[in-house]
Design a binder for this molecule. Structure first.
Ligand code: GLU
Length: 442
C-alpha cells in the first residue's frame, strides 16, 4: 500500500509551493487506495508557534486535503527519538563526540586554509578513552567514509553523492539531547509507514543523510520524488511578491480550492493538453512518474483563467449566497473569482449610487437622452420592455447602441453590462422605470 505524507515546518502560513507538494502526495496515495498523512515538523522549539500550526491545518481544511490518520506532531515524540538514538549508540553505529565549539572552529579554520570542505574529522569515532570533563557530548552517526550514496529518484533519475564531497559523521542529537532534523524525518517516515516521499527538490541534499540513517537503523528506504521548484515569470524562485503567499489569501481573493489545486497540479504535471480537472479527474489521471523534470512557472493570469473555468462549471445552487441566481447566470461568464462575481451581481441587483463620468460623456448626449425619455414613456404606457426598445429604435432610425448604452448607465451606472435586454428582464419593468427616471432626473 502506498503511504505518503506532507511534512510542513510551522514557520508561518502554508504557501502554495507547499500545497502543491501536499497535493501530489495526496493524489498519489488516494488514487492507489493508500494513505496520505500529515506531520507537523515542530521540533525547532525556538520557532515553535501554535498559531502557525493552526494556520496550516486551517488551510488544509479549506482545500479539503484531509490526513488519513491523526496529524503527527514531532514535538510530542521525544521519547521515540531518544529510543532510536540509544539503539544506535548501543549498536556502535553512533557515538558521543566531546569536541568543544572552539575545537570545531579551529578544525574549520585549518580545513579552510587548506582549501578543503569543512567537515568533522571523526576524532571521536573510535574513542574509548576517558571523556574530557565538563563537556556534554553531541551524538554523531557513523557515516560511510568513502564511496558514494545513491539516491534513486523517480523524477530525476539516479543521483550520486560522493561521500568525500557531501558527508561526514553528522550530528543526530545535540548536547541538550534534542534530535536533529534529518534524524527525526527518517525515523518518523519509517514509523508512519511512509514508503513514497514526494517533496521539493530543495530537500535533495538532505536525502543522502537520511539514507545513512535508514541504513544504520535497518529501515527500508522509501522511493523518493524530488519535485522541481515553482519559479516566477522571470525564472527565479517564487517569492512573496510573486504570489507565494498564504494559501488562505487565495480564499480571501475569491478563488475556489479545487481551482487552486487544479492550477497547482498543472504546474509541473500534465495530461495531454487537458487544463481543467475536477478532483475526481485529478485522482483518476494523476501519475507521479510523469511529474516534470524542470521548474514550472507561476502565472496569475493562468490561475485566474483556471478559476473562471471552474466558476462556469459549478451548479448555480452553489451561489445561493448571492440571492438572485438569474443574475449569477447572466454575469458569471465575465468573472474570474468570487469577488468578481459578487461585484458583478451587486452592480445589477443594487441601484447605481453614482454614474461613471466617462460613460455619461460618451453615451448620454442629447440624442441619447431623448431616446431614453421616449423609451421611458413607452414602458410607462404598458408596452413591454423588448418591444418598447425596438419601437424607439425603429421610429428614430438609429442603431441599437444609441439607446442600449444610456439604458445601461441607468441600470448599472456604467456603459458596461451584459445584454441590456437580459438585464432589464431580470430587473422587471418597475425597477427599470425607477432607474431610468433616476438617471433622467439627475
Ligand atoms: N519540513 C520540511 C519543509 O517544510 C519538509 C520535509 C520533507 O518533506 O522531508 O520543507
Amino acid at each position: 500500500m502506498v503511504v505518503t505524507r506532507f511534512a510542513p515546518s510551522p514557520t508561518g502560513y502554508l504557501h502554495i509551493g507547499g500545497l502543491r507538494t501536499a497535493l501530489l502526495n495526496y493524489l498519489h496515495a488516494r488514487k492507489s487506495g493508500g494513505k496520505f498523512l500529515l506531520r507537523v515538523e515542530d521540533t525547532d522549539r525556538s520557532r515553535h508557534n501554535e498559531e502557525a500550526v493552526k494556520a496550516i491545518l486551517d488551510a488544509f481544511e479549506w482545500v479539503g486535503l484531509q490526513s488519513d490518520d491523526e496529524v503527527v506532531r514531532q514535538s510530542e515524540r521525544d521519547d521515540i527519538y531518544r529510543k532510536y538514538i540509544d539503539e544506535l549508540l548501543e549498536s556502535g553505529k553512533a557515538y558521543r563526540c566531546y569536541m568543544t565549539p572552539a575545537e570545531l572552529e579551529e578544525l574549520r579554520e585549518e580545513q579552510k586554509n587548506r582549501g578543503e570542505r569543512p567537515r568533522y574529522d571523526g576524532r571521536y569515532r573510535d574513542f574509548n578513552g576517558t571523556p574530557p570533563e565538563g563537556i556534554t557530548p553531541v551524538i554523531r552517526i557513523k557515516a560511510p567514509t568513502e564511496g558514494s550514496i545513491f539516491v534513486y529518484d523517480k523524477i530525476k533519475g539516479d543521483i550520486e553523492f560522493r561521500v568525500e564531497d557531501t558527508l561526514d559523521d553528522f550530528i543526530i542529537a545535540r548536547a541538550d539531547g534534542t534530535p536533529t532534523y534529518n534524524f527525526v524525518v527518517a525515523v518518523d517516515d519509517h514509523l508512519m509507514g511512509v514508503n513514497e516521499v514526494i517533496r521539493g527538490d530543495d530537500h535533495l541534499s538532505n536525502t543522502p543523510k537520511q539514507i545513512v540513517i535508514y541504513e544504520a537503523l535497518n529501515f527500508p528506504i522509501p522511493n523518493f520524488y524530488h519535485v522541481p521548484m515553482i519559479h516566477n515569470e522571470q525564472g527565479r524562485k517564487l517569492s512573496k511578491r510573486d504570489g507565494a503567499t498564504d494559501v488562505m489569501e487565495y480564499k480571501r481573493l475569491g478563488y475556489f480550492p479545487e481551482a487552486l489545486l487544479n492550477f497547482l497540479l498543472r504546474l509541473g504535471w500534465s495530461h495531454g493538453d487537458k487544463e481543467i480537472f475536477s478532483m475526481a479527474e485529478m485522482l483518476e489521471l494523476f501519475d507521479p512518474s510523469t511529474i516534470s523534470k524542470s521548474a514550472s512557472i507561476y502565472s496569475k493570469e493562468k490561475l485566474d483563467w483556471v478559476n473562471s473555468e471552474h466558476l462556469k462549471l459549478k451548479p448555480l445552487e452553489e451561489f445561493s449566497q448571492f440571492g438572485n441566481l438569474e443574475i449569477v447566470a447572466l454575469v458569471r461568464d465575465r468573472c474570474n473569482t468570487l469577488l468578481d462575481l459578487e461585484r458583478e451581481v451587486n452592480k445589477i441587483s443594487e441601484k447605481p449610487v453614482e454614474y461613471d463620468s466617462k460613460s455619461l460623456k460618451k453615451h448620454f448626449k442629447e440624442t441619447n437622452q431623448k431616446l431614453l425619455t421616449e423609451f421611458l414613456e413607452e414602458i410607462q404606457s404598458g408596452e413591454n420592455l423588448e418591444s418598447s426598445f425596438q419601437k424607439v429604435l425603429d421610429s428614430n432610425g438609429v442603431g441599437m447602441a444609441k439607446l442600449a448604452q444610456p439604458i445601461r448607465i441607468a441600470l448599472v451606472g456604467t456603459a458596461q453590462s451584459p445584454s441590456v435586454i437580459d438585464v432589464m428582464k431580470i430587473l422587471g419593468v418597475d425597477e427599470v422605470i425607477e432607474r431610468v427616471e433616476a438617471l433622467l432626473k439627475r
